[in-house]
Write a protein that binds this ligand. Structure first.
Ligand SMILES: [Zn+2]
Length: 346
């Protein structure tokens, strides 16, 4: 599998107050992963800024104007979301990285791209910034893929928080499937199993709300019983992943207990289904992840999984935590109940 990393050292310039979890050191971890990839002969591409046209497919023009006015200034946009004077340029590069990743993968017709960006995007709504997110990078990517001719795009979001912005942007859109696995109840409050989309998008919002404390086996169950079967039946022409690493056991913001190997297993499971549905076309866009060691290990595990030459059927090795937990079964059962009219489940 060919893998391209989209990254920019400039992401570190999006600075937040000292002690804030969305700090520049995250960008440095991403730079280290990119350097290691380059040292192995891998391709690392610097992103271009997203255009207003690309952003306006998923954000209101008044909102894009409001964010442009923060250029050169430090502004608090919501209780968690700040800009530094450089942030305006950086958020355009982050959304542009997601666009670049889509163009590379769609242009090549196969392969994967990993856009290592900050700030994250999945809480950003059409009209407002929220939860460290200014522009919804993965939503901009999905809309760009549609504009490039992809009839159906799937987004799988395994960040520990529910991607309220992504869900709301596409909830009535029959061409975009949104599947989220997240801690619930938790920030931002949305993401119950009963939220299944609206209008033409009914059944195309799939939420797997896991109680705090979920372990690797819980994620295996929801992936095997719901995430993979639904994506397979939807038959996307491109698979996008909101790759957040804050469900790791060391993360300071959330209460899940995933190992770095579980991120490799989720990536492998998604790669398999992308290979079945769309010649392996897959774009990962980073979201949260606030423990630097966990972020480094998990990102590296994802890169290794995508760079490995082939995945044989049955080769996905889920780590077992040996901690009994019923959280995965409960979340899978709730999602199946809510979505039974729309999908076939095992
Ligand atoms: Zn998160």
């Amino acid at each position: 599998m060919s893998l391209i990393l989209i990254s920019s050292e400039r992401f570190a310039e999006h600075q937040t107050p000292p002690g804030h979890p969305e700090r520049a050191e995250r960008a440095e971890v991403m730079d280290q992963v990119a350097s290691r990839w380059r040292a192995r002969g891998g391709e690392v591409v610097a992103p271009r800024a997203a255009t207003t046209e690309q952003l306006a497919r998923v954000h209101a023009r008044e909102y894009i104007g409001l964010i442009a006015e923060t250029a050169g200034r430090a502004v608090a946009l919501d209780p968690d979301t700040y800009t530094s004077p450089e942030s305006h340029e950086i958020v355009l590069l982050a959304a542009g990285a997601a666009v670049e990743a889509v163009e590379r993968v769609m242009g090549a017709g196969s392969g994967a791209a990993l856009a290592m960006v900050r700030p994250p995007g999945h809480h950003a709504e059409r009209h407002r910034a929220m939860g460290f997110c200014l522009y919804n990078n993965v939503a901009v990517a999905a809309a760009h893929a549609r504009a490039q001719g992809a009839a159906r795009v799937a987004i799988v979001d395994y960040d520990v928080h529910h991607g309220n912005g992504t869900q709301h942007i596409f909830e009535s859109d029959a061409s975009v499937l949104y599947v989220s696995v997240h801690q619930f109840p938790f920030y931002p409050g949305t993401g119950s199993a009963e939220e299944i989309g609206t209008g033409g998008g009914l059944g195309l919002t799939v939420n797997l709300p896991l109680e705090a404390g979920a372990v690797d086996d819980d994620y295996r169950i929801v992936f095997e019983e719901v995430v993979v079967p639904v994506v397979r039946q939807f038959r996307p022409e491109l698979l996008l992943v909101s790759a957040g690493f804050d469900a790791h056991e060391r993360d300071p913001l959330a209460g899940m207990r995933l190992s770095a190997d579980a991120f490799a297993a989720m990536t492998a499971a998604l790669r398999r289904v992308a290979e079945e549905c769309c010649d392996g076309r897959m774009v990962l866009v980073t979201e949260g992840g606030y423990d630097l060691h966990a972020l480094a290990a998990s990102l590296q595990a994802v890169v290794e999984t995508l760079a490995s030459p082939s995945l044989e059927p049955g080769s996905i090795r889920w780590p077992s935590s040996a901690i009994p937990s019923n959280r995965g079964r409960a979340a899978a059962a709730a999602a199946k109940r809510a979505l039974a009219p729309f999908w076939r489940f095992i």
